[in-house]
Design a protein around this ligand. Sequence first.
Ligand SMILES: Nc1nc2c(ncn2[C@@H]2O[C@H](COP(=O)(O)OP(=O)(O)O)[C@@H](O)[C@H]2O)c(=O)[nH]1
Ligand SMILES: [Mg+2]
Ligand SMILES: [Zn+2]
Length: 314
Amino acid sequence: MTGTVIKNTGSSYIVKTPTGNELPCRIKGNFRIKGIRTTNPVAVGDIVEVRPSESGDSFITAIEPRRNYIIRRASNLSKEAHIIAANIDAVCLIATLFHPTTSTTFIDRFLSTAEAYDVPATLVLNKADLCAGDEERSEYLDAVTYLYRSIGYDVIHTSAETGEGIDSLRDILSGKTTLLSGNSGVGKTSLINRLIPGIELRTAAISAVHDTGMHTTTFSEMFELPGNTGRIIDTPGVKGFGTVDMDKNEVSHYFPEIFKLSHQCKYNNCSHTHEPGCAVRQAVDNHLIAASRYSSYLSILEDTGSNEKYRKPF
Ligand SMILES: Nc1nc2c(ncn2[C@@H]2O[C@H](COP(=O)(O)OP(=O)(O)O)[C@@H](O)[C@H]2O)c(=O)[nH]1
Ligand SMILES: [Mg+2]
Ligand SMILES: [Zn+2]
């Protein structure tokens, strides 16, 4: 029988079968991926073969080839990776411009990683209620929205408090498996509670005491949206959604508006930092590329070092 892994808690897994049963499973066999050492050989989102057992846990005996998978490394130097999720169609970054402040640099790092994984990304700006009626905040919200839409990203405004934008969010999630990410405090759990009435996940206000420990072990979990309209993967404790090895001259590929213009640079290996005849720097000067985007590009470029691969977990 095949099923989908919906939860991974250390050595045990929950597999949802086509009939909707949730089977506790363990692994039988060797599931190593070539080339990377992983802490979890089976991940949320994996489609697996299970051998049900009458007594006790069932066994996962095989994994179907993954379409993709998002990994996180324990540290920049660590060879061991944790698979956050597999077989995802899209990612959503939940961010707030106020309480807490999310920097555009953080947003840009997230979006460029999504580009590197080749997974479509949506930016969800939550706590829109905190901007309502405040001219300065509303202007900033509009400017950020305009910026990312002009690059081609979907941007929506939501409020888990008032319910604003929840329908738009539902539309975006419809018919796919989406990984939800975001810094803690942005309202990710509150939004999931809105999307799935009755689930009643604990929000930060209640679980704050629990979260004060530096490394509360948290595991990804997949939830079905009501009426089988889509699936979300919550990744508690993961700020961004993974790590990716970026080569220095690849970074510009992951900033669509920079990449588009780079074909007009005088040198085809232009790094857009100092070269004469650089169409990208020209566009920044002319405000056709946002200064904030360019500075995010430079900061990622810097992280790649001279020959080192960029492996920064967010
Ligand atoms: N004003 C306002 N507060 C919100 C909103 N969404 C969540 N919060 C509050 O922000 C805090 C963190 O929410 P939580 O869902 O736990 O955030 P998470 O850490 O991203 O899962 C809680 O006190 C929520 O009540 C929102 O849209 N507007
Ligand atoms: Mg939460
Ligand atoms: Zn250039």
